[in-house]
Design a protein around this ligand. Structure first.
Ligand code: UDP
Ligand code: MG
Length: 320
């Protein structure tokens, strides 16, 4: 098997049908063998039913991993990697925002350039709102400062890489997965090509601003312990400041002997320091929660069933 194409799907009932046609067209003349691995990530619509229809057509090698519930795109990608057999592995969304034809260019590039292990796409220009673009740019600045890794602004999960890189990613079986970080962490030589994301074929994006914000925080925490160190620095800085203030108060008392009651100062200081302490505790708590979840060793995903071209199942689900 030369190429595995991993396609995470969550409520993409219409898109999977269009995607299937697009892949078939794009790959109609290729001389190598390929498999398409669809992961149904606990969709509540007819995604699974439509995937089974596609499978039943039997015209290309299809594998369907049906999750027991929604585990998130990161888990879906992991499941796809585990099930993939190809020498090259591609990850692409099901909503046709990413052109499947680009996969052929990526494979071609890897074939011709032995020194590269991965071809990744990045968006030069985003078609999103100004405030979202601002937050995304800020995120990349922050995460690049806080970690030793190199995060390319606008880099997407839409990429193709060699088996060796796929195996390394499978070995990183951490529970809180942040693909952008994992791709950077495992290293390998990556060639970046710009691409323009198209409009979604059907349906809506699953990302709200709140979800993106949480994802950004999780990403920073997964690859940096700097926030923990930040609490120590803020603590030390406050201690040094308080020494200066102490000197100021003593001088005030000795030279001017002003018996200031200092009510306001005390209230402000108590609130300020209390706030700082709670934030520091919160940061520690966040890391602790991640350790707690990880220590339970729960699986990253649960597959209810896997339908594979390799098993030669003859599905008669076209009419249900
Ligand atoms: N997706 C998924 N599980 C989720 C959310 C999304 O498998 O919980 C899939 C979704 O079906 C799509 C891809 O991840 O194929 C990207 O999702 P989306 O288009 O919503 O993200 P965006 O393109 O807006 O970043
Ligand atoms: Mg999308």
């Amino acid at each position: 098997m030369k190429l595995s194409i991993i396609v995470p799907c969550y409520n993409e009932e219409d898109n999977v049908l269009i995607f299937y046609d697009a892949i078939k067209n794009a790959f109609s003349n290729v001389s190598f063998s390929y498999e398409v691995i669809f992961i149904n990530d606990g969709s509540e619509d007819d995604t699974f039913k439509n995937l089974k229809k596609i499978y039943a057509q039997g015209s290309i090698n299809i594998k369907i991993i049906n999750f027991s519930r929604n585990f998130g795109k990161e888990s879906a990608i992991y499941a796809g990697l585990v099930e993939s057999k190809g020498d090259f592995v591609s990850i692409i969304d099901a909503d046709l925002q990413q052109n499947p034809k680009l996969i052929l260019d990526m494979v071609d590039f890897l074939d011709k350039n032995d020194n590269y292990d991965c071809v990744a796409t990045f968006q030069e220009q985003r078609k999103e709102g100004k405030s979202l673009v601002f937050f995304k740019n800020t995120f990349y600045k922050v995460i690049n400062k806080l970690t030793d890794l190199d995060f390319v602004n606008g880099a997407s999960d839409f990429r193709t890489f060699r088996r060796s890189m796929a195996d390394s990613l499978i070995n990183m079986s951490e529970y809180h997965r942040f693909s952008k970080g994992l791709f950077s962490w495992v290293g390998f030589n990556t060639h970046y090509i710009p691409y323009q994301a198209d409009e979604r074929a059907c349906g809506n994006s699953k990302w709200s601003f709140r979800k993106l914000f949480k994802y950004a925080i999780d990403g920073i925490m997964a690859f940096s312990t700097t926030p923990l160190r930040l609490s120590s620095f803020i603590g030390m800085f406050t201690a040094v400041l308080s020494v200066f203030y102490l000197i100021f108060v003593i001088i005030q008392k000795l030279c001017f002997s002003i018996a200031v009651p200092g009510y306001a100062t005390i209230v402000v200081l108590i609130l300020f320091l209390g706030g700082l302490q709670l934030s520091a505790l919160g940061i520690i708590g966040e890391y602790l929660a991640k350790i707690y979840i990880q220590s339970k060793g729960r699986p990253i995903y649960i597959a209810k069933e896997i339908i594979s071209y390799e098993d030669g199942l003859d599905l008669d689900d076209k009419n249900d």
